[in-house]
Design a protein around this ligand. Structure first.
Ligand code: SF4
Length: 383
């Protein structure tokens, strides 16, 4: 029986750590370690993907994320993509995350030839001053050049990441970046407000009183601008942070929010198959050693997970999307109606104008998207 499923492969390397980043990735890894890592990743793919392909048919979506996948030489990335095709089949959508400071046209031509058909470019800003402040390795011109190179290499599905509420950023700065992004006519745009994560250089700077962040009102003004401007320019907001031209939504990411199974491979990757979630070994060297000996690299994330937990998770993942919770799918998945579980919460949140209900779907309103965490918390059952 064919079934929709995804494959996520994590590349835990970057050229240099950005000042805000707490993702699992190491800077300055030796070339030999990257080669060993790529070999281990391919071995894990060959071990784990064929059984799923036998059950469900060719993989639907593939996503190479990080870290910075393009911190690996093109030859290694090409080998990884070849192995994915061999073990999992031909996906409809194959995305590679790209840091504009790591690619040229030749690199992108090779990725395209190896089957990648969508790129997600971490641009973050088109302001060189702000790019330096947040520790990116590229300039605005390098970001523009990467988009041109991607088009020349034959990519007709590009996503750009932008950040807002950056240290010292003004609304005028953000508008300029958005206009520059729109001038490049990407098919998809993701926007993220800066969150100062523990253990990052920004957290240390904040603790030392050296981080000048926009105040709450200024950050909210930036958010309101983005949420009005991007739809006005033809990008539908299909998820809290994601905007796309018609039919260019990220199929892979929609899978996460729609409870679709995905195989996670590589150090620190997460997976979700047959209702079980797991996280892989996070340390790249330990991951390589474990794969070499044939050992499992997985730790189940939710050994104690109950049906109630699964419903909570289903609800708040689906609520991230514009379509929201599909009531019929909820019933098919859990064998109970959503009202039997959440009628009080739904009524309360509709009264607060944070949820709306129409045509068999329950979704966040615009006000609800702004206060998403509050609504998600209401869907958690008390212990
Ligand atoms: S390039 Fe991406 S993953 Fe790497 S440090 Fe910067 S934000 Fe983190």
């Amino acid at each position: 029986m064919s079934k929709t499923w995804g494959l996520y492969a994590h590349i835990p390397y970057c050229v240099k750590k950005c000042a805000y980043c707490d993702f699992v990735s190491a800077a300055n890894a030796a070339a030999a370690e990257m080669e060993d890592y790529a070999a281990a990743l391919r071995a894990e793919i060959l071990r784990e993907a064929p059984p799923l392909r036998a059950l469900w048919g060719d993989v639907t979506t593939v996503y190479l994320g990080g870290g910075t996948p393009t911190a690996l030489p093109a030859v290694l990335l090409t080998q990884i993509l070849d192995t994915i095709h061999e073990a999992a089949g031909e996906p409809l959508e194959c995305t590679v995350e790209v840091n504009p400071g790591t690619v040229d046209e030749e690199h992108l031509v090779q990725l395209r030839a190896a089957g990648a058909n969508r790129l997600s470019l971490g641009v973050q800003s088109f302001d060189d001053r702000l790019l330096r402040v947040i520790g990116r390795i590229h300039t605005a011109e390098e970001a523009r050049a990467a988009v041109r190179a991607a088009r020349a290499a034959g990519f007709d599905n590009l996503s750009l990441d932008l950040m807002y509420a950056l240290p010292t950023q003004t609304l005028a700065d953000l508008k300029q970046s958005v206009n520059e992004a729109l001038a490049l006519a990407p098919e998809h745009i993701s926007v993220y407000g800066l969150i100062v994560e523990e253990g990052t250089p920004f957290a240390a700077a904040e603790a030392a009183g050296r981080l000048t962040l926009p105040d709450e009102d200024a950050a909210e003004e930036m958010y309101d601008y983005l949420m009005a401007e991007l739809p006005a320019r033809g990008y539908r907001r299909y998820e809290i942070s994601n905007f796309a031209r018609a039919s260019y939504e990220s199929r892979h990411n929609l899978g996460y929010w729609r409870n679709i199974p995905y195989l996670g491979v590589g150090a620190a990757a997460h997976g979700y198959v047959d209702g079980v979630r797991w996280g892989n070994e996070t340390d790249a060297r330990r991951y390589i050693r474990a794969i070499r000996t044939g050992a499992s690299v997985r730790t189940p994330e939710d050994a104690e997970r109950t049906a109630v937990n699964a419903m909570e998770e289903y609800a708040f993942l689906a609520l991230r999307t514009a379509e929201g919770i599909d009531e019929a799918d909820f019933y098919r998945t859990f064998g109970v109606s959503i009202d039997a579980v959440y009628s009080t919460v739904i009524t309360q949140q509709i009264k607060r104008n944070l949820l709306c209900r129409a045509q068999g779907h329950i979704a966040l309103t615009a006000a609800g998207m702004k206060l998403g965490n509050e609504v998600f918390a209401a869907f958690l059952h008390d212990e």
